[in-house]
Design a binder for this molecule. Structure first.
Ligand SMILES: Cc1cc2nc3c(=O)[nH]c(=O)nc-3n(C[C@H](O)[C@H](O)[C@H](O)COP(=O)(O)OP(=O)(O)OC[C@H]3O[C@@H](n4cnc5c(N)ncnc54)[C@H](O)[C@@H]3O)c2cc1C
Length: 407
């Protein structure tokens, strides 16, 4: 058993850490409160090859192992989680296209996505369906050699920058179970009828845009069908969401680490009753709990990432609750482990952000201190890529079925 990062992983961590320290941290507060898209930082990430994290090297990507992938998200999130969000659904969809795309789709999209010349995202959620993805209402009709898509997607990160945007649709509305009629279509930006109608106002997670998207008779060629086969869409996105859970867990570790670092620093500076507040046991207990939980979250995240990297099995036909239509789990790669990491790390992030705010007293509530941003950003990790409640049911089903084991 080896708890150490490899020399390559350490070097990669140091490189991303230096980037965060030099390019993100100094501008994070001002840029985050301006609400502007951080184009300069994105350009640096392009130059560093980070848009190619999950793209195979034959298409010009970095083909990073998933522990290194987690490290990138953790380190960037220490400076500003929103910036990591720009890479989140991009890298998830690159992974999905590389894994499931046809040879033509890979050739057409992956080289540009690897360099960041084009970006992507993923459009699953709708106004009336998030957890219950089999309940989506976006429909793609086959018309001649094309598909014509009609529907509405909600909460779509990177929607204004995505080209293509993978969209989960129903290609057969009568299929039973419904997932057999679900497919992913790669929709190019600027296709007529594809309209990003509004940016959704958010508590935090400023940086990437999160939008409502209308698809009104959007016509795409048959070649836009991911993998070239209808009825595989839910399997494709659920598989990719495991990669997403790793990046969400890692972002949570980064936010929690930053909250702890801010609390530790402040505890040594702020004085009350003639001494640093770090001398008081109440503050010490908070710091000890934060550090212990962060380390546990980090190890759980790296463990899940490593397992996901080394598991080759596939699953099919489950909704966002991890259940197939027959109501039983049907095996999986690391859905239990990635869910454990995501649930635990996100809750550690929420706890640490609140504890750091408490250590700061009134200043923790001020827009002039970093901890208020951490407090606004942390809860997103408990929602995205499967809510923590639904992921707990994924974990429980795996355990009860005997498929998931912790020994
Ligand atoms: C900032 C932000 C960015 C996002 N980016 C994207 C994106 O890029 N692409 C995308 O497709 N989506 C995106 N999402 C959407 C996100 O993935 C969904 O919000 C999430 O999947 C939950 O869906 P919902 O909001 O519809 O909640 P619902 O599914 O309506 O759930 C509401 C509550 O009910 C609970 N619940 C639902 N079903 C069950 C059940 N069976 N058992 C127990 N509890 C249940 C949930 O846990 C939750 O607490 C984003 C969301 C946010 C906030």
């Amino acid at each position: 058993m080896d708890f150490k990062l490899s020399p390559e992983q350490r070097l990669f961590r140091d490189t991303v850490r230096a980037f965060t320290e030099g390019e993100i941290r100094p501008v994070a507060r001002a840029m985050e409160s301006s609400g502007a898209y951080p184009e300069q930082i994105v350009e640096k990430m392009r130059q560093m090859g980070l848009f190619g994290l999950t793209v195979p090297d034959e298409f010009g990507g970095m083909a990073a192992d998933l522990v290194s992938y987690a490290i990138a998200f953790e380190e960037i999130s220490r400076g500003w989680m929103g910036v990591a969000g720009i890479l989140g659904s991009h890298t998830l969809s690159c992974w999905m296209i590389a894994r499931y795309g046809t040879a033509d789709q890979k050739r057409e999209h992956l080289p540009d996505l690897a360099t960041g010349a084009r970006q992507t995202g993923i459009a699953l959620t709708e106004p009336a369906a998030g957890t219950d993805l089999q309940g989506i209402e976006t429909v793609a009709r086959a018309v001649g050699g094309d598909y014509v898509i009609t529907g509405r997607k909600m909460w779509i990160t990177n929607a204004r920058h995505a080209d293509p945007l993978p969209v989960l649709v129903k290609t057969d509305t009568r299929a039973l179970p419904p997932h057999r009629g679900m497919s992913v279509l790669l929709v190019p930006a600027r296709t007529p009828g594809f309209d990003v109608v509004r940016d959704l106002p958010k508590l935090g997670y400023h940086g990437p845009e999160t939008c409502e998207v209308v698809l009104d008779e959007v016509r795409v060629p048959r070649a836009a069908l991911l993998g070239g086969e209808e009825g595989r869409g839910l399997q494709q996105v659920l598989s990719a969401l495991e990669i997403g859970r790793i990046n969400i867990a890692a972002r949570a570790v980064g936010v929690a680490q930053e909250a702890y670092a801010e609390a530790l620093r402040y505890a040594g500076q702020r004085e009350a009753f003639g001494q640093p507040i770090g001398n008081f046991q109440a503050v010490q207990l908070k710091l000890a709990d934060m550090a212990t939980k962060i380390q546990a979250a980090r190890l759980l995240t790296y463990w899940a990432a490593d397992l996901r990297d080394n598991s080759g099995r596939d699953n099919s036909g489950r909704d966002n609750s991890g259940r197939n239509n027959s109501g039983r789990d049907d095996g999986g790669r690391a859905d239990m482990e990635t869910s454990m990491a995501k649930v635990f790390a996100s809750e550690v992030a929420v706890e640490c952000a609140l504890a750091a705010m408490q250590v700061h007293g009134a200043y923790g509530y001020s827009r002039e201190f970093t901890v208020e941003r951490l407090y606004r950003d942390a809860p997103l990790m408990a929602i995205g890529e499967g809510t923590n409640d639904i992921l707990r049911t994924v974990i429980a089903r795996a355990l009860i079925s005997g498929r998931g084991k912790i020994d």
